[in-house]
Design a binder for this molecule. Structure first.
Ligand code: ZN
Length: 122
């Protein structure tokens, strides 16, 4: 195999590169380190979904965060179903603020997908 950092050839069972010291195996890399790399999800799609359908959790469904997406969808449905006698207003305020915060994160490229990768690519 080859070192991903400097490209020198290394032995298969080596944990660290002999030339530059870069970790070569998953075990050698620090487990607490945040996931590296850019999400394959589109930042534009995440941003537009958060803006237009954010309160229904559409952008969270898109980036694979199904759990919180369902919570948002349920809050929005309860809110809209009961808004005519004012009960739903707090639900809609909560989900409105939540989707606005998500929108700001998405625009800024700080939103993370279900694997913890930053959604930076437009
Ligand atoms: Zn190296």
């Amino acid at each position: 195999m080859f070192c991903p950092k400097c490209g020198k050839e290394t032995a298969d069972n080596q944990a660290f590169c002999a030339s530059c010291g870069a970790p070569l195996t998953q075990q050698a890399a620090t487990p607490e380190s945040p996931p590296v790399g850019i999400s394959p999800k589109s930042r534009l799609a995440t941003t537009l979904l958060a803006w237009f359908l954010g309160e229904f959790g559409a952008h969270r469904f898109y980036i694979g965060k199904i759990g919180s997406a369902v919570v948002m969808l349920i809050l929005a449905l309860i809110g809209w179903a009961t808004v005519w006698f004012l009960v739903g207003i707090p639900f809609l305020v909560i989900v409105g603020i939540w989707s606005l915060v998500d929108f700001i994160f998405a625009v800024a490229g700080k939103m993370r997908d279900s694997k913890g990768l930053l959604i930076e690519k437009w």
